[in-house]
Design a protein around this ligand. Structure first.
Ligand SMILES: Cc1cc2nc3c(=O)[nH]c(=O)nc-3n(C[C@H](O)[C@H](O)[C@H](O)COP(=O)(O)O)c2cc1C
Length: 328
């Protein structure tokens, strides 16, 4: 019998497949479906600051939602509490419907500090963990990489002060030195990193001469950068690692475990294939481990990380060379 259970951030998961924060996990019904489908853990849709602003009718009041950090100054305490109360109610009901599957709350934060007290309320409401979805786009020349990293670190510091819950930090991939930042995040009290978020993408509609949204769902060929960084950071930064983006089948899950991931997050695969995708991936994962001669995920984890692969330089390679591609 192949054991695909795992312990992640101190939580016992039946399998390493975590349903990522999204519309799929934005209602108690969605949480119940994820649990019934066999998810190892579930991340609730993020409580977005823009969402709170929208609740207040920010657009009608002429508040620019795109300029959130500035707009926040206009928002009353009452509006924050209305958004957060709804979220806590959802968390409460989600816990009741999840049949013991661990539930992570998720906050999309940019370091304002207002949400920090909310982290302790999340803990009291019964979340098993907290995901900080830190998504800050520096569209200004006045901020340097150190300033941005300081924001990320203070966000985690404030959350750690407010709660004892396991904290995972979900990042985008554009940081100057991810190993350095990862180690600093560990020192601030983060327990795991989720690599990487896949942000909203925009496009340009040439016929309409306007901005439009690009494909919101990932494809199965988008996992490579996440895989590289999981492999590079395995046992290097004092954090557990979750692979995310472009994970659509059990083969890819296996690659992430070999690279050193404690767990993986899936989202687009479920949007595309329905909840049954989770059961298929769980079954296939067991079969793959068996065919490769591993009796558990622990036995397999990190075998092909940068430090264990015997070819660490391959993970550092950025440029194509003829001998490698054989094509160009
Ligand atoms: C419709 C939709 C809604 C999402 N909402 C959130 C969210 O609330 N918080 C978050 O951290 N990520 C959110 N994401 C990102 C996903 O959690 C995930 O990181 C991303 O889709 C990449 O994983 P995938 O390739 O498995 O889809 C959302 C993604 C989609 C497609």
């Amino acid at each position: 019998m192949i054991d695909i259970s795992t312990t992640y951030m101190g939580l016992k998961l039946a399998n390493p497949l975590i349903v990522g924060a999204s519309g799929l996990t934005g209602t108690p019904e969605g949480i119940q479906k994820a649990a019934e489908a066999g998810a190892g853990a579930i991340v609730l849709k993020s409580l977005f600051e823009e969402q709170i602003l929208t609740e207040l009718g920010a657009e009608e009041k002429g508040i620019d939602l795109d300029a959130y950090p500035e707009a926040e100054a206009f928002i009353s305490r009452t509006a924050w509490e209305k958004g957060t109360e709804n979220y806590l109610e959802m968390l409460n009901e989600a816990k009741a419907r999840a049949a013991g599957v661990p539930i992570f709350a998720s906050i999309n934060c940019v370091g304002s500090g207002t949400w920090a007290s909310f982290a302790s309320r999340i803990e009291k409401t019964g979340a098993d963990g907290l995901e900080l979805n830190i998504a800050f786009l520096p569209a200004t020349t006045s901020l340097g990489s150190k300033d941005i990293e300081a924001k990320v670190l203070s966000t985690v510091r404030e959350a750690r002060r407010a709660t004892k819950l396991p904290i995972q930090v979900k990042l985008g991939q554009h940081y100057s030195s991810l190993p350095n930042l990862a180690q600093a995040l560990s020192k601030e009290g983060a327990n795991a990193l989720v690599l990487f978020n896949r942000f909203y993408r925009l496009d340009i509609d040439l016929k309409g001469m306007k901005l439009t949204r690009a494909q919101p769902l990932s494809g199965p060929d988008e996992y490579h950068e996440s895989l590289r960084w999981v492999a590079l950071l395995f046992q290097r930064a004092g954090l557990e690692l979750t692979g995310a983006t472009g994970i659509h089948d059990a083969e890819t899950v296996t690659k992430f475990i070999l690279a050193g991931a404690g767990a993986v997050q899936i989202c687009s695969a479920i949007y595309k294939g329905g909840w049954k995708v989770i059961g298929s991936m769980v079954e296939d994962l067991g079969n793959i481990l068996d065919s490769m001669g591993f009796s558990s995920l622990d036995a397999m984890r990190g075998k092909l990380s940068a430090q264990n692969s015997g070819k660490p330089a391959d993970y550092l390679r950025l440029q194509y060379i003829k001998a490698l591609t054989g094509i160009y």
